[in-house]
Design a protein around this ligand. Structure first.
Ligand SMILES: Cc1cc2nc3c(=O)[nH]c(=O)nc-3n(C[C@H](O)[C@H](O)[C@H](O)COP(=O)(O)OP(=O)(O)OC[C@H]3O[C@@H](n4cnc5c(N)ncnc54)[C@H](O)[C@@H]3O)c2cc1C
Length: 487
């Protein structure tokens, strides 16, 4: 029996080719030292500037590949008024602006040379029956933990330190997606400070276009989210599983998994990892919203198509504990399941480390053929330190129309992530994606943003790109919020 690995274990990598917008060039000559002082004094939160003791910690993202970026200031915003103050400051002084929640952007787009709005202090989570209000700075481990006290949860991802903002604004694939949809599907409202400094409540009736764009259009494009209203679901005991097969069965496992997944009920979510991290490995892991015996019956049907697993971990447990297992924190307390430090979003006894990685993605709209499966396995078998992760979609994700939210990939069977670490990481991810293009096509997931992706607009947004551009023109006509791949 092997311990249950999580996504973090796949994310140890080498340098990235592209830097965030504004990095590598001096910040706007706009704001004077006294402008910065005035900004700092006007905030309820804290403005960290170069020379401050915590500056080096404050400027770091999850991925050390962006450590060379030196922002002019990091504003830990205590509330919407602080955010509006920062937005107005950036508009007035023309200093480049970036927005940050969990700091996991694959492109490093939550840092830059100018002012960083960090929403981490806004992490309050409250619940009422069937609903939760979640501050834009909340990290997923805290979301799961806090909601568990009321016996509820929201559909979201597995990495504990990912911010709810980036995840939800770009879609949000998670371990209950097939039953409860994407994170953005559970979003009933978002409160957002727009480029003109106004705080808007966006939902189906108020600013419906901005609400639509906030469900899959990608973070950092339209304004600064300060809180979200989510629909919650009631939790009960679930079953977590991780099965391994010998590498010789990799292509067979892949074909079997993609045929098996759509035959399972929405309660069953799974992910197939083909990894080459000190030796090739095939793993199917996942979560079943039900008891162990039922879960094993479904897993047996998968094994019938492949052959017996070489190792199996199947455990029925509380929903809360299951999320800690999926987070790779099964042996840690919630406070330890954070990054260490004294800044907002960190804990003094935090144990989690950062991760140096390079990633890109595909969406599989049809099952891989036998040749396609062999091609993917061959990419993973190449020398290096990399993993391909296939996350099951379908179920509730597919029951939403592609144009009902900005996330267009409703018909996809699964998402595909190419992750690599250490030297050669960027080359491997680029080459692997290119090699699989004839089989998967060109779709990509905006939450696995890839600065090197050509045709990114169509790849991320498909037919929703034009409407996103129209929303952008209404709410940010001066393009205060800029990204290298901005809508
Ligand atoms: C280890 C790891 C595991 C992951 N697991 C999953 C998973 O299970 N499922 C999944 O779908 N994705 C997953 N992701 C991808 C993740 O959803 C994206 O990287 C997401 O954008 C991260 O959000 P963040 O707030 O942590 O990052 P940030 O870097 O802070 O933000 C990401 C983007 O959103 C913008 N943004 C941040 N906060 C706000 C705000 N308040 N208002 C407006 N814009 C904002 C930023 O400017 C940036 O462009 C994972 C990523 C990593 C690194």
């Amino acid at each position: 029996m092997r311990p249950a690995p999580d996504r973090r274990t796949f994310l140890r990598v080498g340098g990235l080719a592209a830097l965030p917008l504004g990095a590598g060039r001096p910040a706007s000559s706009g704001p004077t030292p006294s402008d910065w002082r005035a900004l700092g004094q006007g905030l309820d939160g804290r403005l960290v500037r170069p020379g401050d003791a915590v500056y080096d910690e404050a400027r770091r993202l999850f991925n050390p590949a962006f450590d060379r970026v030196r922002p002019a200031g990091v504003a830990y915003c205590a509330g919407p008024a602080d955010v509006a103050e920062c937005v107005n400051f950036a508009r007035r002084t023309k200093v480049p602006l970036a927005v940050r929640s969990g700091g996991h952007s694959y492109g490093g787009w939550s840092t830059g040379s100018g002012l960083i709005i960090d929403v981490s202090p806004m992490n309050r989570i409250t619940q009422s029956p069937g609903r939760a209000t979640i501050g834009a700075g909340a990290k997923l481990v805290d979301v799961y933990d806090r909601l568990a006290s009321g016996g509820t949860s929201i559909p979201a991802g597995s990495c504990p330190t990912v911010g709810v903002s980036g995840l939800a604004l770009g879609g949000g694939i998670g371990v209950v997606s097939r039953k409860y949809g994407l994170t953005c599907d559970a979003m009933e409202s978002v409160h957002m400070v727009t480029a003109d400094g106004r705080l808007l409540t966006c939902d189906a009736d108020r600013h419906p276009d901005l609400y639509w764009a906030s469900r899959g259009g990608g973070g950092g494009n339209f304004g600064v989210a300060v809180s979200f209203g989510f629909r919650t679901y009631r939790t009960r005991e679930v079953t977590v599983f991780f099965l391994h097969w010998p590498w010789a069965k990799a292509a067979r496992t892949l074909r079997a998994w993609q045929a098996w997944t759509p035959t399972t009920p929405d309660e069953m979510w799974s992910t197939l990892h083909l990894g080459n991290d000190g030796g090739p490995d095939v793993q199917v892991g996942g979560l079943y919203l039900g008891g162990r015996a039922d879960c094993e019956r479904f897993l047996d049907r998968l094994a019938d198509r492949i052959g017996p697993a070489s190792s199996a971990f199947v455990r029925q447990t509380s929903h809360r504990h299951a999320m800690m297992i999926m987070a790779g924190c099964s042996t840690l307390s919630v406070t330890r399941c954070h990054r260490p430090g004294s800044l907002p979003g960190q804990t003094r006894d935090g144990r989690l480390s950062r991760d140096d990685f390079r990633g890109t993605s595909h969406l599989a709209y049809r099952p891989l053929s036998e040749a396609g499966a062999r091609a993917l396995v061959a990419q993973v078998a190449r020398p290096g330190n990399h993993t391909v992760l296939l996350d099951a979609l379908g179920g509730a994700v597919a029951r939403v129309r592609p144009d009902a939210t900005a996330f267009p990939h409703r018909a996809a069977l699964y998402s595909v992530q190419y992750y690599a670490h250490r030297a050669g990481a960027a080359a491997w991810t680029g080459n692997a994606r290119a090699a699989m293009r004839p089989h998967f096509g060109d779709h990509a997931y905006v939450n696995y943003v890839d600065p090197g992706l050509s045709g990114w607009r169509a790849a991320y947004y498909g037919p929703n790109a034009a409407r996103l551009a129209r929303v952008k023109a209404v709410y940010d006509p001066g393009r205060l919020f800029r990204l290298p791949q901005g809508v």
